[in-house]
Design a protein around this ligand. Structure first.
Ligand code: GTR
Length: 421
């Protein structure tokens, strides 16, 4: 029989765990000990020690664990896509760019599509590497360029120039500071962006009008078998399908980038689709590059509560017990191997747990080592504006949760290093 005192103790420690998981901690001294699963520990307890065992056995096994517990199933059914070049301009952005706007239809019907906006260096004489990723408010927010089609989709009411959840002319260039197009072009790279709401509007009811419903039959997947992040990731893979057959694009050098929730989607897309050659996570935080078992900043419970539509329903099982999660996010980052990976955090964004992002990036290195690649050798979190690491790079910069010019400059020079050797 358990004594009353013991019961009391047990109960109060349960309560402590509950409270801890729902409350965001930002005091490093209060981070309790946690254990990270070993990405090289196989399904049957064996040690994975070669790149081929990783590729053939361990990677598919971990991918499946992420599908089951975090993001949901990633549909493999191939669709016959249709591409409509809606507009092409040989001279945009004061002659610095060629602009192309392509509608990617996901099948024979006209009800499911995504609008891609591309800027390519005007002077390019050969196919160029391309950075791709989503924006938050429609393609017209990326630049003030009046030639960009205005998004007609549902957009978040908080965006600049948004009236009744629709974008207006006043939204042009609203997120231009996040997309230094000329800087990207000056490195000889193109940019291909889309609005994530084309795939699924970002609210708990969004799945009803998004591709989780419209393509449910075509993809042989029920809406509840995956989440919005999974759907957005799937959309990035379809952008890749398009880019692969665009003669202006060097399809072997396509980088996928994403900020915050879109960084989560970029990471999951690159885990599922190894055609992405370089991956950038900008402050992707919880459910992205940050460790889930480390109690700091946003937690699994908080994210599931606030964004019930982002992950697979199974993920909610771990709200109050992240210790039971069979995976952690260093394993997601490990699935990028051996491709170059950049993880970035900001000082003013403790919500994303910068140190948890650094530790995940560092711990992914064991898998890169199987390929003879060096990740991050530094054991301590680096100082501000002091990027570290080789095939896996990490930086911590001053400033708020955002994508700054400094961030892009690091990504572009990282790509130069990797691609222009
Ligand atoms: C926050 C959310 C984060 C991050 C962020 C964003 O509200 O808690 O996980 O995704 O939004 O996307 O800006």
């Amino acid at each position: 029989m358990m004594s009353a005192a013991w019961l009391l103790l047990l109960c109060s420690s349960c309560l402590a765990v509950r409270a801890q998981d729902f409350v965001a901690n930002t005091d490093e001294a209060k981070v309790p000990p946690y254990t990270l699963p070993d990405p090289l520990l196989g399904k049957n307890g064996e040690k994975i020690s070669t790149a081929s065992a990783w590729k053939q056995q361990q990677r598919p096994y971990l991918f499946h664990l992420f599908e089951e517990n975090v993001y949901g199933r990633f549909p493999q059914q191939k669709l016959v896509l249709r591409y409509e070049v809606r507009e092409a301009a040989t001279s945009a952005l004061n002659g610095k760019a060629k602009r192309k706007q392509v509608r990617i239809y996901f099948g024979p019907q006209n009800n499911a599509y995504l609008d891609l906006l591309m800027y390519l260096p005007a002077t390019a004489t050969a196919p160029v590497p391309v950075f791709t990723g989503y924006n938050f408010g429609g393609n017209q927010t990326v630049a003030t360029d009046p030639g960009i089609f205005l998004s007609q989709q549902w957009v978040d009411a908080r965006g600049k120039g948004v009236v009744n959840n629709r974008a207006t002319e006043a939204s042009r260039g609203a997120s231009a500071s996040r997309w230094p197009v000329e800087e990207i072009l000056s490195h000889g790279y193109g940019l291909a962006v889309a609005y994530y709401g084309d795939i699924e509007p970002d609210h708990p009811e969004g799945w009803k009008t998004g591709i989780r419903t419209t393509l449910s039959d075509a993809l042989h997947i029920q809406p509840a078998e995956w989440g919005a992040i999974g759907a957005w990731a799937w959309g990035l893979s379809r952008i890749m399908d398009y880019l692969q057959q665009d003669a202006d694009v060097d399809a072997k050098r396509i980088a996928v980038t994403g900020h915050s929730r879109l960084g989560k989607a970029a990471l999951w897309a690159a885990a599922a689709d190894q055609r992405f050659a370089l991956i950038v996570s900008n402050e992707s935080g919880e459910g992205g590059a940050a460790l889930s078992k480390r109690w700091y900043g946003e937690t699994v419970a908080i994210i599931n509560q606030k964004f019930p539509h982002w992950f697979v329903p199974n993920y909610k099982k771990f709200n109050e017990k992240t210790a039971a999660l069979p995976v952690d996010q260093h394993m997601l980052l490990a699935m990028m191997a051996p491709r170059p990976l950049y993880v970035a955090s900001a000082e003013g964004d403790q919500w994303s747990d910068p140190k948890g992002e650094f530790l995940a990036a560092r711990n992914a290195g064991a898998v890169y080592a199987l390929f003879g690649k060096t990740g991050i050798e530094e054991t301590d979190m680096p100082g501000l504006e002091h990027p570290v690491g080789k095939s896996i790079r990490y930086h911590y910069r001053p400033g708020k949760h955002d994508i700054s010019l400094y961030d892009w400059q690091q990504y572009l020079s990282f790509a130069d290093e990797q691609w222009k050797k």
